[in-house]
Design a protein around this ligand. Structure first.
Ligand SMILES: [Fe+2]
Length: 257
């Protein structure tokens, strides 16, 4: 039967929506509660919706009973402090799974390439229902930072680099595309990440906000790109050697970002 997917994401695996006027909203992400959660990079997370409405960010499949990344339970104490973020996550009207703000400390392009990972949003997702994709709403004005998306983790020939000013709005098939952020600032980056179920509601939202599936790549010096690629190879090899020495299978995909 297969999953219901968005035609808008079919070609590249992402869309960029119109920019949101973030400056008009209060900085609600400073008021909500964070938990330590090591992801791709140095991160913490503040959940707005979780598996059972607790302030924790584990995958829904790690709870009992395990389930896919849908039907997240809104956390009253967090929603109270972040009504605008909640409104934006609910605006498409699509089913919401996990919804949280990520805090990411500054890193480099090479770090980002090493951090590239695919999400596992569709684990236990019943065939014939909507494929889970993720919205990324950048909250801080990270004018020199950018998202990196690749079809293949180690192949730079398909690499999308998407700018992350305040109000940038992306929807990404994060189970298909390898992804991570290069955050070159000095302060933490904050971004609202929402798991949405694909379907007519999300398609209408993408159309309403003029989603486009290609934007010009953020320009980065070829030297930096090449050095990042070399460093990614070096770190992947070092990690593989470490696990080989320990006689363990390497965990290839990191958890979340
Ligand atoms: Fe991720």
């Amino acid at each position: 039967m297969g999953y219901i997917k968005s035609a808008a994401l079919e070609e590249t695996g992402y869309v960029v929506l119109d920019r949101y006027n973030q400056e008009l909203d209060p900085q609600e992400w400073m008021d909500i509660e964070y938990v330590d959660w090591k992801s791709s990079g140095e991160t913490r997370f503040a959940p707005l919706a979780s598996a059972f409405g607790e302030i924790e960010v584990n995958g829904f499949w790690n709870h009992k009973p395990p389930r896919t990344d849908k039907d997240g339970v809104w956390i009253d104490s967090q929603v109270e402090k972040a009504p605008n973020l909640t409104r934006r996550a609910q605006e498409p009207g699509a089913n919401v799974g996990r919804c949280r703000v990520i805090e990411l400390l500054p890193n480099s392009y090479a770090d980002c390439l090493y951090n590239l990972h695919q999400d596992d949003n569709n684990r236990l997702n019943p065939d014939g229902t909507g494929w889970v994709v993720r919205g990324f709403f950048n909250l801080t004005n990270d004018e020199t930072s950018f998202f990196v998306l690749r079809e293949n983790r180690t192949d730079p020939s398909v690499e999308y680099r998407i700018a992350l000013p305040a109000g940038a709005q992306l929807i990404i098939d994060t189970q298909r595309l390898w992804h991570a952020a290069t955050h070159l600032g000095t302060d933490p980056r904050y971004c609202l990440i929402t798991s949405w179920e694909s379907g007519p509601e999300l398609d209408a939202y993408i159309a309403e906000h003029n989603g486009v599936n290609r934007v010009p790549n953020v320009e980065v010096d070829q030297e930096v790109l090449d050095a990042g690629q070399v460093e990614q190879s070096r770190r992947i090899a070092a990690r593989a050697a470490y696990y080989a020495a320990k006689g363990q299978a390497e965990k290839t995909a990191m958890s979340e970002a």
